[in-house]
Design a binder for this molecule. Structure first.
Ligand SMILES: Nc1nc2c(c(=O)[nH]1)N[C@H]1C(S)=C(S)[C@@H](COP(=O)(O)O)O[C@H]1N2
Ligand SMILES: [Mo]
Length: 347
């Protein structure tokens, strides 16, 4: 069965999940969003030819095959992955990049090994401060720039998984087979697919995908002086009803999801009068670190009219989603309440 996705570009493949497929806690692998800078490998690498190299500022560099990796203690963790550019097209002031609506996000249960276990085996040298990941995808475009990203050592040692399973299946080719990094609670750009090499370095990796993109900067500002995108910001989305829907009067189930990156979503509220009054939504389904929470709100819509529905999340520190998202040149991190409003007709 062909699964429907909203394809934004075919080469590289960038496709978002339909809102209706974001209504379950687990996003099925077949409809999980695709975000690529380069060309997805045509065929899965033969594991006989594949090794993971761990080198750089370590005492004993490692070269591991998949059997060795799978004999290490296995971790199974939920994690919501979101592309930094998700919801970009909903910004009032346009920003350049893929025109994501809300479907550049998904939640999966990943199986793999903790990066910390490998780094401890390799033994960190004193100068170890960042960890760079290199993917095996073929770069597209004239510049032939490989997708390499680095994260600080503290994140690498605390909560970064190397995943070889996704929702109980071997990691699908599109999502990084045989191994991908997952900096839990951080945006997708920090989660390099098709891993071949992990290099411990003294300072952040310098290169196109570190310095020119995945940074928050304003028009006219040098991208490299902007902040690097790391943790996913607090956000809620409405997955039912969808904007433009017409519904019969009566009880209408409003559904959505809310996530907070490394934080915890404590509360979601819903407004059906454009933000005038707010009622608490109920959570449904699991509550796991790094994973979104699904919520519902039963709306008794007795009067035919046009309505604007909004949702707002509060995290464990009492912080709330912003009313409107702070704008930046590449439109990253749109978590505005207003930008995610849906307008429906009750008749
Ligand atoms: N090797 C490699 N890893 C990559 C990318 C890429 O282009 N190449 N894109 C990144 C970005 S920007 C995102 S949002 C996620 C998307 O992961 P997915 O396609 O499995 O949803 O992968 C990240 N890892
Ligand atoms: Mo991304």
């Amino acid at each position: 069965m062909t699964q429907s996705m909203r394809i934004m570009t075919e080469s590289p493949l960038n496709a978002e999940t339909e809102a209706a497929r974001l209504r379950s806690w687990i996003t099925p692998n077949a409809v999980f969003f695709d975000r690529n800078q380069g060309k997805i490998p045509e065929a899965p690498v033969d594991l006989n030819d594949w090794r993971l190299i761990v080198d750089g500022e370590v005492k004993n560099p490692l070269k591991l095959d998949m059997d060795r990796i799978q004999r290490l203690p296995k971790a199974i963790v939920a994690n919501t992955l979101e592309c930094s550019g998700n919801s970009r097209s909903l910004l009032e002031k346009k920003a350049s990049g893929n025109p994501w609506t809300i479907g550049g996000v998904g939640n999966a249960v990943w199986g793999g090994v903790w990066l910390r276990d490998l780094l401890n085996d390799a033994g960190l040298a004193d100068r170890a401060a960042h960890v760079a990941f290199e993917g095996m995808d073929t770069p597209l475009g004239k510049a032939q720039i490989k997708f390499v990203r680095s994260i600080p050592i503290a994140k690498a040692m605390s909560s970064t998984l190397l995943a070889y399973e996704m929702n109980g299946d071997p990691l699908p080719l599109k999502h990084g087979y045989p191994l991908r990094a997952l900096a839990l609670g951080w945006t997708g750009a920090n989660c390099v697919k098709w891993l071949s090499r992990i290099t411990v370095i003294e300072k952040p990796f310098e290169g196109f995908f570190m310095d020119q993109v995945y940074r928050v900067f304003q028009k006219g500002q040098q991208p490299a002086t902007g902040e690097v995108v790391t943790a996913i910001p607090l956000k809620s989305i409405i997955t039912r009803p969808l904007t433009g829907e017409r519904m019969a009067k009566g009880s209408i189930v409003v559904l959505g999801a809310a996530y907070a990156g490394e934080g915890h979503v404590d509360q979601v509220e819903v407004s059906v009068d454009g933000g005038g009054t707010w009622q608490a939504a109920e959570f449904i389904g699991p509550d796991e670190p790094f994973a979104w929470r699904q919520w519902q709100y039963v709306w008794h819509a007795d009067r035919a009219d046009e309505y604007t529905i909004k949702s707002r999340a509060t995290d464990g520190q009492g912080r709330q989603q912003p009313q409107t998202a702070p704008w930046n040149f590449l439109g990253y991190g749109n978590n505005g309440i207003d930008e995610h409003a849906v307008t429906v007709t009750v008749e």
